[in-house]
Design a protein. Structure first.
Length: 121
């Protein structure tokens, strides 16, 4: 969508970032059903994420906690990577095949920026 629209493919990544932003954010999905599949995994990390139909209400938390989570699709998997980078403690993401399919060498690129990601395939 043209400015000031929002690219729906970036929704999961931005929503993941909003979980630690101050205040309350609202994300409305008008194109794809079940786009918020990643929300339950973010909740396991401490995100305050409430889904009501095609609307997500995200209340920023002071921090997320690392835990074992599962990627259910490409963009949701990327959202979990972002959440894992901001979380306190270790985050292990299962089903990384989704992430690997869409992001070439994501681990090594992020490690060059200071991340500490190891990949077990």
């Amino acid at each position: 969508m043209p400015y000031p629209g929002f690219p729906t493919d970036m929704q999961a990544i931005f929503a993941s970032t909003l979980t630690i932003a101050k205040g309350t954010s609202i994300v409305i999905e008008n194109i794809f059903e079940n786009r918020f599949k990643y929300a339950s995994e973010l909740q396991r990390m401490g995100a305050k994420f409430v889904i009501d139909g095609r609307t997500a209400v995200i209340k920023g938390a002071r921090k997320l906690s690392g835990t074992n989570v599962m990627a259910e699709d490409l963009r949701g998997g990327a959202a979990l990577v972002i959440a894992g980078l901001t979380a306190k403690g270790k985050t292990k993401i299962e089903n990384i095949e989704y992430i690997l399919r869409g992001y070439e060498n994501l681990d090594s690129k992020l490690n060059k920026l200071g991340a500490k990601i190891t990949k077990e395939v």
